[in-house]
Design a binder for this molecule. Structure first.
Ligand code: UD1
Length: 420
């Protein structure tokens, strides 16, 4: 069984390069289904979730060439065939539900297994289906699958009860060809939504307002071959390294950062005593100062990202004083609390609220990555813990971080992977 071993106590120094964002690249790969021509994506990171999508497209007869060294991903979905039955790859990953919209656009119907992904809550798909219905698509949920059929595709005004990232993306992709105008109200505002629209528009789609709460899509009849496209940098990976500087009392440089996308994390870290300064696309993070406890409430963007909650909890678990963390996006995203507790953290949960009472130090032991970002939190805790931390179930980490142990080792951490 693969494990990541971290020996705590080292300061970090030097520079780390951030990869392209997992949450940007996954919907963009899926969006290639809309356009049967050769499409080149640049700097695509070698992530388990990317591999799952590539394998799915190959299984569906698409031509996919990936060079892990350059990160060039060439996709041609001209020979795409319909998904049949209970697809194992779809069940593996939540983001794969995004194929529904583009598949409907290509075949007028689609039947897929209910998606999987991190076990952080029930993660229903009702908002996706509500959007489909408004666009003239009927759907039905059966035992373990969702089936949808286009009845009368047309633009419409869709109000999302919650600004779901996946639903916004799925509806945006589906309405690219919907005759008339589609308006998504209370749309998710995450930078990855803006990036997906940038990609779709580069193929000739007509989308305005993506990245804000109201997105307008004018239906087009066809798409053209786009120029090679490079998605945005990963704000969550950057945020993870920013917290690493804080937790190890270090000063590091992070290359490939969009300051605006990271504003909620930058501001919270500043409140906590970790200071970030931009120098072009580089960010200098000074975590050498004294830390203060902070209160955090996760929210849809531009609120504090739920994908940074576990990492911040690791930092606050050794920050003197009491911090309160409220998780409002997912109902089951505190599984790392038990693992941090094994390392000596003092955290109590009451529903969606965690009260973190900072301790003087953590102690290395055997823990597991209970989900993707929880796994990152275990590495961060391990960097500062006394002794050795052994992290199991690291396939969660590999879903969203490229060469994480290499990147930390380059910064001076004592971290490696074992295969037994
Ligand atoms: C995406 C991100 C994930 C991030 C999350 C919130 C990708 C591949 N993943 O996930 O990393 O943590 O946004 O920023 O981009 N919901 C419903 N009904 C729906 C859809 C969602 O109730 O039809 C609920 C979910 O259960 C959850 C909340 O809305 O409680 C947020 O989910 P959503 O924004 O859709 O997240 P994902 O797109 O799954």
């Amino acid at each position: 069984m693969e494990k990541i071993i971290v020996r705590g106590g080292r300061k970090l120094q030097g520079e780390v390069d951030i990869s392209v964002a997992k949450n940007a690249v996954l919907p963009i790969i899926v969006a290639t289904i809309l356009n049967p021509t050769e499409i080149i994506l640049r700097k695509v990171p070698m992530l388990e979730d990317v591999t799952v999508l590539i394998n799915l497209l190959r299984e569906l007869n698409c031509e996919v060439k990936f060079s892990p060294i350059t990160g060039d991903l060439k996709i041609n979905t001209s020979n795409l065939k319909e998904i049949e039955g209970n697809n194992e790859l779809i069940r593996k990953m939540r983001a794969s539900f995004l194929v529904m919209g583009p598949m409907l656009a290509r075949f007028g119907r689609c039947k897929i297994s209910m998606p999987g992904g991190c076990n952080i809550g029930s993660r229903p798909v009702d908002l996706h289906l509500k959007g489909f219905k408004a666009l003239g698509i009927d759907s039905e949920i059966g035992y373990g699958y969702v089936e949808a059929k286009i009845k009368n595709l047309h633009g419409n005004r869709i109000y999302l009860d919650f600004p779901s990232v996946g639903a916004t993306e799925n509806i945006m992709m589906t309405s690219v060809f919907a005759p008339g105008v589609t308006i998504i109200e209370n749309a998710a505002e995450e930078p990855e939504i803006w990036d997906l629209a940038r990609f779709l528009n580069s193929m000739g789609a007509k989308i305005e307002g993506a990245g804000y709460g109201r997105i307008t899509i004018h239906g087009v009849s066809e798409l053209k071959q786009p120029e090679p496209f490079t998605p945005i940098f990963d704000r969550i990976e950057a945020g993870t390294f920013m917290v690493a500087a804080g937790i190890t009392n270090s000063k590091i440089t992070i290359n490939g950062v969009n300051e605006e996308h990271l504003m909620p994390t930058i501001e919270k870290l500043k409140e906590c005593g970790v200071y970030c300064k931009m120098d072009g696309e580089k960010m200098i993070v000074d975590g050498t100062g004294e830390k203060r406890p902070v209160d955090i409430k996760t929210m849809p963007y531009p609120g504090f990202p739920t994908d940074m909650q576990a990492q911040m909890m690791a930092l606050l678990s050794i920050t003197k004083g009491a911090s309160v963390i409220t998780e409002t996006v997912f109902e089951n995203r505190f599984m790392h609390v038990g693992e941090l507790g094994r390392m000596g953290a003092n955290i109590k949960i009451d529903g969606r609220v965690a009260i973190v009472e900072g301790v003087n130090n953590l102690t290395g032991c055997q823990v597991k990555a209970t989900d993707l970002r929880a796994g990152a939190a275990m590495i961060l805790a391990g960097l500062v813990a006394n002794g050795q931390t052994e992290i199991g179930e690291i396939y969660h980490i590999d879903r969203g971080y490229t060469n994480i142990e290499d990147k930390f080792r380059k910064l001076g951490a004592e971290i490696y992977r074992t295969y037994r």
